[in-house]
Ligand binder design. Structure first.
Ligand SMILES: NC(=O)C1=CN([C@@H]2O[C@H](COP(=O)(O)OP(=O)(O)OC[C@H]3O[C@@H](n4cnc5c(N)ncnc54)[C@H](O)[C@@H]3O)[C@@H](O)[C@H]2O)C=CC1
Ligand SMILES: O=C(CO)COP(=O)(O)O
Length: 345
């Protein structure tokens, strides 16, 4: 059994700590807020973030140096916008090179970097090949209750992904491996854009046909972006692609769906984010994907519409009207690139 540190004391960090504790690992749970660490150790709950009993094998720490002392793995579950800051703090106290696995879902606006790229850029003594990602359809609320869940881990070096698979896998948390690191990270990040859209559609009362269309056409456009960055289109049909897209667009656990739902009901973005009190990664990811799509001339009409709602105050209803009245076209016209030309016609 291993000694592991989980950095990031929100709902997903808590749920992953529970999986690790169930597997017999000694879990050091780090929060940058002292009161939260004290409360968790005293009550065995992380009340604000997840309604679950915290097993005894989990100890909360406030001092980063103590949390990471002698661990064989660091699990980073920090909101995307705080990753560089936490890596910098880690550099000051880390004296060995434990495996780093991240489970965050975002892209950095401006640089358009994936999280593994951000971590390897910031961390002393780590290259891109050293970082592993864990992603898939996995709401913390259900993982915390040990309901059956499947995820995928990926790293350039397969031994790192296999290490992560062994660390997390158990009878209620099934872990697959993949070598498509780009696809796994982009699938997890980009589905949040579409989940915001699905929430808006539900908030407007547009029904199941509209939501199904958003999921399907959303999958087409995030696959288009992913493939242009080197991801395998097939990854977008797997757990961290279609799997995560479905759960995030249809589950009331999803913060992205819930935020979208409020926008569809007429709330302003500022009000929505204030009420959520938890990270809504899709907002920043929409900004990043919109910038990339414009620079690279990739057609992403749903992302474009979302961007106009979030950042240019466009009315959700008007955006749906624009999407529905786009120039008529063939549905699969962008799939020809993946056609098997050897098959007799
Ligand atoms: N909640 C879920 O079911 C899932 C979440 N994720 C991803 O995991 C990541 C974290 O999400 P959640 O845990 O849900 O967020 P959350 O909103 O529940 O919690 C975020 C945590 O990060 C901490 N934090 C914020 N800024 C920090 C900083 N500068 N230094 C250290 N800690 C800081 C907050 O104090 C809080 O404890 C996100 O990228 C999310 O997309 C991925 C899969 C499932
Ligand atoms: O990624 C998730 C589930 O797989 C969590 O989604 P939300 O961040 O929208 O809650």
């Amino acid at each position: 059994m291993s000694k592991v540190a989980v950095l990031g004391a929100g709902s997903w960090g808590t749920a992953l700590s529970i999986v690790l504790a169930d597997n017999g690992h000694d879990v050091r749970f780090w929060t940058h807020r002292k009161e939260q660490a004290n409360e968790m150790n005293a009550t065995n709950r992380n009340k604000k973030y997840l309604d679950a009993d915290i097993p005894k094998q989990i100890t909360a720490y406030h001092e980063l140096e103590n949390a990471i002392d002698d661990v064989s793995a660091i699990i980073m579950v920090i909101p995307t916008k705080a990753i560089r800051e936490v890596c910098n703090d880690l550099n000051k106290v880390l004296k060995h090179t434990p495996v780093i696995i991240h489970a965050s879902k975002g892209i950095e606006p401006g640089s358009l970097k994936r999280i593994s790229q951000v971590i390897s850029e910031e961390m002393d003594n780590y290259d891109y090949e050293d970082i592993t990602v864990l992603s898939g359809p996995s709401h913390a609320e259900e993982v915390g209750k040990r309901l059956p869940t499947t995820v995928t881990v990926s790293s350039v070096t397969s031994s790192n992904a296999e290490f992560a698979q062994d660390l997390f896998i158990n009878e209620s948390f099934r872990v697959y491996t993949s070598t498509d690191m780009i696809g796994i990270e982009l699938g997890g990040a980009l589905k949040n854009i579409i989940a915001l859209g699905a929430g808006i559609s539900d908030g407007l009362g547009y029904g199941d046909n509209a939501k199904s269309a958003l999921i399907t056409r959303g999958l087409a456009e995030i696959t288009r972006l992913g493939a242009s960055l080197g991801a395998s289109p097939l990854t977008f049909l797997g757990l961290p692609g279609a799997g995560d897209l479905i759960v995030t667009c249809t589950s009331p656990h999803s913060r992205n769906w819930r935020a979208g739902n409020m926008l569809g009901k007429g709330y302003k973005l500022d009000e929505v984010l204030e009420q959520m009190g938890m990270v809504v990664e899709g907002v920043r990811t929409t900004k990043a994907a919109h910038q990339f799509a414009n620079e690279q001339q990739i057609e992403m009409p749903i992302t474009e519409g979302l961007y106009q709602i979030l950042f240019n105050d466009e009315k959700p209803k008007d955006v749906v009207e624009q999407l529905m009245s786009r120039t008529k076209r063939e549905e699969m016209d962008d799939i020809s690139a993946f056609k098997n030309t050897d098959y007799p016609q």
